[in-house]
Design a protein around this ligand. Structure first.
Ligand SMILES: Cc1cc2nc3c(=O)[nH]c(=O)nc-3n(C[C@H](O)[C@H](O)[C@H](O)COP(=O)(O)OP(=O)(O)OC[C@H]3O[C@@H](n4cnc5c(N)ncnc54)[C@H](O)[C@@H]3O)c2cc1C
Ligand code: SF4
Length: 331
């Protein structure tokens, strides 16, 4: 057994002040504690942030919503305003984990959950993300769930979150307070690609506390969906997922957002794929053309090449559903 210190923070400033090297914040604990039990993560100390008053969902002056970092995934998904104005987000959250886990898991923790790569969890195998320089068990190993976009020769892991895929499509902003003060991070910049530093998942700095996630006013409520393709109908991570939001002018696409999950180290968006939809008729052929733009650099490994065609089909299906989804107010 490994010993560690535990303390409960009374304020955000106190939490940041206590976050020394080797410590970790614990919120719902549904990911961090599993990783500690598996001996994958070995923090010397835990700073419990679960009682901080960061659990509210509030209106913003810009007409959007501010989701507290400590609001539970379930409370966020079932919030009337989220369901009505951001149905894609509600649907994404409810596609993840289980009811019990969503009752415990927080929004901040969901953003920062670690990959589900088998080798990352198995301390008997090499993994550059867990132990830099040790190698990658998935390259040349079993890689069915791994990345087809943005991977490196050091790591081919994918980010497992559903919530994050919808936040990427919505262009949310992550609010952070840390040793250097407060700052806002556009969602697209939060997670990073593995490159030659796969052990670093995000641009957060040591001691940074996520306090909230801001949703812009535009939620694509009338024409959006979240489609998750997985091995089981529930309680399984995405092989491929698609968050799609459209603004329609009759049968023509006026604006488009498209993000993919389960395919890369971060939710995958591509402005060129979205541009390929704008001003075009909402037809399967156009959607397929945009999917091919998005997937043009996709590369499979021994066991996951099927994801390339799966992603193309999922994009066409999600965009078709979004285009037809007029006035949908519930996921
Ligand atoms: C069996 C199982 C199935 C699952 N299936 C899915 C799924 O299908 N889809 C999906 O999206 N997720 C899934 N999950 C993951 C689940 O959503 C995450 O475990 C959860 O969201 C993490 O939130 P938490 O509050 O428990 O985080 P914690 O475990 O407390 O923390 C996770 C990480 O975030 C850091 N952290 C937490 N809050 C903050 C903060 N405010 N500021 C800075 N750092 C912070 C912690 O230090 C830690 O590194 C599953 C989990 C399990 C166990
Ligand atoms: S894919 Fe990444 S997380 Fe998985 S074994 Fe390789 S380095 Fe580790």
């Amino acid at each position: 057994m490994r010993s560690f210190t535990y303390s409960r923070a009374g304020s955000a400033a106190e939490a940041v002040g206590r976050a020394a090297a080797g410590t970790a914040f614990v919120a719902g604990g549904t990911n961090l504690l599993d990783l500690m039990k598996a001996d994958v993560l070995r923090p010397e100390g835990l700073v419990d942030i679960s009682r901080l008053p960061l659990d509210r969902i509030e209106e913003t002056a810009e007409g959007g919503l501010r989701l507290g970092a400590l609001a539970r995934n379930a409370d966020t998904a079932y919030d009337e305003r989220v369901q009505t104005r951001y149905p894609m987000l509600s649907k994404a959250i409810l596609a993840g984990a289980s009811a019990q886990l969503r009752n415990m898991a927080t929004n901040g923790g969901n953003l920062l959950q670690r990959t589900r790569c088998y080798y990352f969890y198995d301390t008997a195998t090499p993994c550059n993300k867990r132990q830099p320089g040790s190698g990658c068990g998935a390259i040349g190993g079993v890689n069915r769930i791994h990345a087809i976009l943005g991977a490196s020769d050091q790591c081919i892991a994918v980010h497992p979150s559903d919530l994050c895929v919808a936040l990427a499509a919505l262009e949310a902003v992550v609010r952070v307070t840390g040793p250097d003060g407060e700052r806002s991070i556009p969602f697209a910049e939060l997670h990073r690609l593995p490159g030659d530093r796969p052990e670093i998942d995000t641009v957060l700095r040591p001691g940074d506390l996520v306090t909230a996630i801001d949703l812009p006013a535009r939620g694509f409520a009338e024409h959006s969906t979240y489609l998750k393709i997985r091995d089981r109908a529930s309680y399984a991570f995405a092989l491929v997922s698609v968050a799609a939001g459209l603004e329609m002018d009759g049968d023509t696409v006026r604006d488009a957002r498209l993000a993919l999950g389960g395919v890369a180290h971060k939710p995958w968006r591509d402005p060129e794929a979205e541009a390929a939809l704008i001003g075009k008729p909402a037809t399967p052929d156009r959607f397929r053309a945009a999917a091919r733009v998005l997937l043009r650099d996709a590369k499979g490994h021994e066991h996951n090449s099927f994801k390339i065609e799966l992603a193309e089909r999922a994009i066409v299906r999600a965009l078709t559903e979004a285009a037809e989804r007029k006035g949908a107010s519930r996921p």
